[in-house]
Design a protein around this ligand. Structure first.
Ligand SMILES: CC(C)(COP(=O)(O)OP(=O)(O)OC[C@H]1O[C@@H](n2cnc3c(N)ncnc32)[C@H](O)[C@@H]1OP(=O)(O)O)[C@@H](O)C(=O)NCCC(=O)NCCS
Length: 375
């Protein structure tokens, strides 16, 4: 039976509820984001990224023993096989770090003896390996593109501090570690967003976890999704370099019907709660470093976009300035998003495989009919 055009289609699947999940709840009308029952603001202020990883995978915050156990496993698993370092080194320095990450994560699957073991226990172990190794890969990409060899992970540091350490060999101060850890928490999960949905669709065919995460990374790279944080940085750099008035810049773009990256959201119709938190972090960092330029530019952009389009900042808007003030280069912004979101992606894959059913929607055919090759 064919489906009649227009009658059943929801462009972009807007408003479609595709499945039930226990991982994350979002109320876009009031700007609420909740991981397994905990408000994002509470988690960002009062937990750690490692605790949030456990929460997403198990539905509960860890006990002291469980925390130590997971943290130990993550720390012991951070080193990546030499073949992955060689692969990263062989990529052209002009390649997008997200493209290199996508390739490296796919290749990690070749090195995992459990790649095709679909048991829940093996899948949990693979999730730990991916979460532990993606930061090592991202840092290695950053160093390779600067002509430097990778730094070995530091076993005494948290995931947040270890990542910053692997970039330049300096152990970050407590404030940088806390802010970066909060950024990882804020990006860890977001319901059935495009990359998570892509990952679940792949997982639902009973493909392996590395394939599903590789597909999710591919989806995250797009500028309408995670790639927006890099575009925000490029926009802010362009405004700074040209010395243009921020309001005139935005008005010009809107007049040309161009999008302002970091604004708007499919689900949030008010400010994204992650943006609210990040704005506070940006204020703190700006005051500490005596550089108010990022905050001032961002605040003007936010005012003009609210007034002209009734559009609010999303997570990618303020994270770009926060990362810039932490000294992180723009090319790493989306890969950092990925190494955090792998926690949520893998939680969704585990959930998908616990009672899996193939995800297979239909398309309403609108092409020509009744054609014949001859006669
Ligand atoms: C996120 C996003 C893709 C959601 O889009 P959506 O729900 O599919 O909404 P649409 O793309 O259909 O946009 C609806 C309207 O708002 C406008 N709009 C949405 N986001 C806009 C933005 N950032 N700048 C300018 N206009 C925007 C569209 O042009 C469209 O206007 P129109 O109806 O006059 O054509 C969109 O807001 C966007 O492109 N934002 C910029 C990229 C970004 O920051 N992505 C990260 C999301 S976390």
């Amino acid at each position: 039976m064919s489906i009649s055009p227009g009658s059943t289609t929801d462009r972009g699947l807007e408003g479609v509820v595709a499945l039930e999940s226990r991982i994350c709840d979002i109320d876009g009308s009031v700007g609420h984001l909740v991981y397994a029952g905990y408000e994002i603001d509470d988690l960002a202020r009062n937990s750690t990224f490692e605790d949030v990883v456990y929460l997403l995978w198990h539905g509960e915050l860890p006990s002291r023993d469980a925390r130590q156990d997971l943290s130990g496993q993550l720390r012991r698993t951070r080193t990546v096989p030499p073949s992955i370092v060689d692969l990263i080194d062989s990529a052209p320095s002009t390649a997008s770090p997200m493209a290199v990450l996508r390739t490296a994560v796919s290749a990690l699957g070749h090195e995992d003896a459990e790649v095709d073991d679909p048991s829940p226990e093996a899948n949990r172990r693979k999730a730990i390996r991916l979460a532990a190794r993606m930061p090592t890969i991202v840092a290695a990409i950053s160093r390779a593109q600067a002509g430097k060899s990778p730094l070995a992970p530091h076993p005494d540091l948290s995931m947040a501090a270890n990542f910053l350490y692997m970039l330049d060999g300096r152990v970050p101060g407590p404030k940088a570690e806390r802010i970066f850890d909060a950024c990882l928490i804020l990006h860890a999960e977001h319901g059935l967003n495009a990359s998570t949905f892509a990952g679940r669709v792949i997982a639902a065919t009973m493909a392996d976890m590395y394939g599903a995460i590789t597909g999710a990374i591919a989806a995250l790279k797009g500028p309408l999704h995670g790639g927006a944080n890099l575009k925000v940085k490029e926009m802010l750099d362009e405004i700074r370099a040209s010395g243009q008035d921020v309001e005139a810049y935005v008005m010009g773009k809107l007049a040309r019907k161009e999008r302002i990256m970091g604004f708007g959201h499919r689900v949030y119709k008010t400010i994204d709660p992650r943006a609210t938190f990040l704005r506070e972090m940006l204020s703190e960092l700006s005051a500490e470093q005596g550089d108010m330029s990022w905050l001032d530019m961002s605040s003007t952009l936010m005012t003009v976009m609210g007034r002209e389009k009734n559009l609010h900042p999303n997570v990618d808007f303020f994270s770009a300035s926060v990362y810039a003030l932490l000294g992180i280069s723009g090319g790493l912004f989306t890969p950092i998003f990925a190494m955090s979101r792998v926690a949520g992606w893998s939680a969704h894959l585990l959930e998908q495989w616990d009672g899996n059913r193939l995800i297979r929607p239909r398309a309403a055919y609108v092409g020509p009919a009744n054609r014949k090759i001859s006669g």
